[in-house]
Design a binder for this molecule. Structure first.
Ligand SMILES: Nc1ncnc2c1ncn2[C@@H]1O[C@H](COP(=O)(O)OP(=O)(O)OP(=O)(O)O)[C@@H](O)[C@H]1O
Ligand SMILES: [Mg+2]
Length: 484
């Protein structure tokens, strides 16, 4: 680069590097505090500016727009970080009618000229939002994506690539950085559930991590950008902070929405959720929940005792007969060649159905439609059925968790992360919880999972303890329930 400046940048970790080099039209990075995200975003923008093809005059023209939720944040961090790196390459203007803009004008070593604008917009400013609507830009940088609304991102997405005019934009699109959002945030939905084509979602290692939800936080040796942070930044950062805060801001895990108490506090998404395939030769177990929104879970038990939930089937407003047909179709296509060992359902389905002329039970209706299910044992006892799931969740087998959930099971996953919960009730200032979970979209597949495990024998393990390692769980269970 001429004019006496030399820019050298070294990515401070592999995920940061992937972010900067990503060609995907939309790339987002999620990381803990201080992980170098903003710095990497600045650099990514700068690379795009320099890589833009020159026009016939040898000028590389482009326009970037950086978005932040509020004007104070825009000035306090976004603009400051950008100018810290690139101010000498152009003129920064603020005040007046136009949003703050850095006009970069410099020559590269190859004799071409870079003539670019970086426009900074804040969403709490009416005039900025107006400006955004009319903008012709090359790329957009979303600083702290989780603070922005999805409608802004949508609008921005379709305004990129309209500049420059005389040559095509060499690259155009949007990129953004963020701390971890909650599981009910659009970012979680996009990154973990929808995974839309043309979008890339990257996740940095946490600054701290822990083995399970009860274990202490430990500094993560894989954390990125450590070299540029104060000594013991993350170890000191944990001190005096709530678990929920550390989870999101330092461990870089999704936060869960806490308007209730999770039924499975032992579920720890990084430990319990990952991809795997069904194992040929091992039997399949299926659990069913009925009602207006029947649901199923489908899983296997490994030889070492580990439970694996591979599929969920969730429905809305489906009668039991249609549900039986859907399940039959699923078994015929996805489970071909496997032996179905047990199909276990909510024992409440054993009552005769009002409205059915012949007054048959759900189980009789299923049977008539080709699904041979049986009611779960233990009379629907709530503690036994939740413990049937919680016990394997807490269990470790040769360093592996006793329970694994496949990320395809999106509704179950949300449920396990706190969506399946006890509702909080206020009793004269006291915080109390209902003793039955809230019925919602998450509760149905989660309860189907309880019936699956009860039907496959985990309930007996809870109550009696059938192996050495289960004995301890059972003792715990008896103690909690006040049994001898
Ligand atoms: N490549 C780099 N070379 C030198 N210093 C860097 C580099 N990347 C980041 N830093 C420094 O590390 C610190 C944290 O970086 P940055 O602000 O980009 O992190 P962040 O992930 O955006 O943090 P936050 O979540 O707090 O916004 C800053 O002081 C920054 O100057
Ligand atoms: Mg930042």
């Amino acid at each position: 680069m001429s004019q006496g400046f030399e820019y050298a940048y070294k990515p401070q970790g592999p995920v940061l590097e992937e972010y900067i080099l990503s060609e995907s039209q939309r790339t987002m990075i999620m990381g803990p505090l201080g992980s170098g995200k903003t710095n990497a975003s600045c650099w990514k923008g700068f690379r795009i500016i320099c890589a833009q093809d020159p026009d016939s005059q040898g000028i590389r023209k482009s326009r970037g727009v950086a978005i932040r939720n509020t004007y104070p944040d825009l000035f306090g961090t976004t603009i400051k970080d950008w100018l810290d790196m690139f101010e000498p390459l152009g003129k920064f203007k603020q005040g007046g009618m136009e949003p703050p803009t850095h006009h970069l004008l410099f020559k590269l070593d190859d004799g071409t000229t870079v003539d670019a604008e970086m426009v900074f917009l804040a969403l709490d400013r009416e005039d900025h939002i107006k400006k955004l609507r009319g903008l012709q830009a090359t790329f957009g940088w979303l600083n702290e994506v989780k603070e922005l609304s999805f409608s802004v991102i949508q609008m921005l997405d379709l305004r990129m690539g309209r500049y420059p005019k005389d040559v095509r934009p060499t690259w155009y699109g949007i990129f953004g950085d963020t701390n971890a959002p909650d599981t009910d945030h659009f970012y979680y939905r996009m990154a973990e559930e929808v995974k839309p084509e043309g979008w890339k979602f990257l996740k940095q290692p946490g600054g701290v991590k822990r083995k399970n939800i009860q274990a202490p936080w430990e500094v993560n040796p894989d954390a990125e950008n450590i070299k540029n942070l104060p000594l013991n930044y993350y170890a000191n950062g944990v001190q005096g902070k709530s678990d929920a805060w550390v989870t999101v801001n330092l461990a870089n895990e999704y936060g869960y929405v806490s308007d209730g108490k999770p039924v499975y506090p032992d579920y720890h998404d990084p430990t319990h959720c990952r991809e795997f395939e069904l194992v040929e030769g091992l039997p399949i177990h299926i659990g069913l929940d009925f009602g207006l929104t029947p649901a199923a879970q489908i899983g296997q038990q490994m030889v070492n005792g580990q439970w694996r939930i591979r599929h969920e089937l969730v429905t809305t407003d489906t009668g039991v007969i249609r549900f039986a047909n859907e399940l039959k179709r699923f078994i015929a296509t996805k489970l071909r060649g496997f032996v179905i060992a047990t199909i276990t359902g909510d024992p409440a389905g054993d009552q005769r159905q009002a409205g059915d002329n012949e007054e048959r039970t759900v189980f009789q209706l299923l049977d008539a439609n080709g699904i041979k299910a049986v009611p779960a044992p233990f009379n629907n006892d709530f503690t036994i059925r939740t413990e049937a799931v919680a016990t394997p969740l807490r269990r470790m087998i040769d360093g592996e968790p006793g329970f694994l959930l496949h990320p395809d099971c999106k509704v179950t996953r949300k449920g396990m992360q706190g969506g399946y919960k006890f509702r909080r009730v206020k009793v004269s200032g006291d915080e109390r919880y209902m003793d039955m979970p809230v019925k919602n979209d998450c509760s149905h597949p989660c309860e189907a999972g309880q019936y699956l495990l009860l039907g496959a024998g985990e309930g007996v393990a809870v109550v009696q303890g059938s192996t050495v390692e289960r004995t301890k769980d059972a003792e715990e269970y008896r103690k909690r329930r006040g049994l001898a």
